[in-house]
Design a protein around this ligand. Structure first.
Ligand SMILES: [Fe+2]
Ligand SMILES: [Fe+2]
Length: 243
């Protein structure tokens, strides 16, 4: 892959998710705010663009330990199914698990670690919004995307546009991304303090895993599923009617 300062951050990660690790370590948002060049991202974060590109090339040269799926080549209906059955299920399941843990450590340790009160509040707001957000994707946008794919096969037509719901989903992603950024800062990237009990450590480890999954989930939507759905819809609208 030819990576230059003008390469788009989100598109690089869409090509190969292994690049995400470099952006994360550098504090560059590749999912919610991934639609900009490496040059721009480095200027915003006060980083040397040549050093960052060298790190990305190092990843390219290192053999992968696990095979990364090429989501960018998947049909959009398959990608929507995959997001629903893996990431959406995971989010719902983990919310049920993390909520009582966070509540407990806030009650026990909140006196010495007042940041837990804010983290608990930020997580519960995120959890509520994420569930509503995924419900909207599953009942509205994703079925619309599947219809677009069917339209391309010539078996269905849908006149409603995906652009408006996608803009609304982007707004939700930005809001939850901002909350997780605050949680990460408050918890020092989910690092338990020296006096943390086991529940504290487990909760932080679950939160870190939840954030990692959320970034991958939002990346798949923001950088692959949504832009490709808009292009597919535009292609269908500009195509000549079948005689
Ligand atoms: Fe989603
Ligand atoms: Fe989403």
């Amino acid at each position: 892959m030819n990576i230059t300062p003008q390469s788009n951050v989100g598109q690089i990660v869409a090509e190969n998710y292994r690049y995400a690790g470099v952006f994360r370590a550098a504090g560059i948002d590749f999912c919610c705010k991934g639609n900009h060049s490496i040059q721009h991202a480095c200027e915003q974060s006060n980083l040397n663009v040549d050093d960052l590109i060298a790190q990305l090339k190092e990843v390219e040269a290192t053999p992968a330990q696990t095979e990364e799926q090429d989501y960018n080549s998947w049909p959009l209906d398959l990608l929507a199914d995959y997001i629903e059955k893996t990431h959406h299920r995971y989010v719902r399941h983990r919310i049920e698990e993390i909520t009582p843990y966070l509540d407990k450590i806030m009650r026990v340790h909140g006196g010495r670690h007042p940041e837990l009160v804010d983290i608990n509040e930020l997580f519960s707001e995120s959890a509520k919004e994420l569930v509503e957000h995924m419900d909207k994707e599953e009942s509205g946008l994703f079925p619309q995307i599947r219809k677009l794919v069917d339209s391309k096969k010539g078996s269905a037509q849908d006149s409603s546009s995906v652009e408006v719901p996608i803009a609304s989903m982007h707004h939700d992603h930005d809001a939850v991304g901002e909350r997780f950024h605050k949680m990460s800062v408050l918890s020092d990237k989910y690092t338990p303090p020296p006096d943390a009990c086991n529940t504290y450590m487990v909760t932080y480890s679950l939160l870190k895993e939840f954030e990692d999954d959320l970034f991958r989930h939002i990346h798949l939507e923001n950088n692959i599923l949504f832009p490709k759905s808009i292009v597919l819809e535009q292609d269908l609208n500009s195509a000549a009617p079948v005689a």
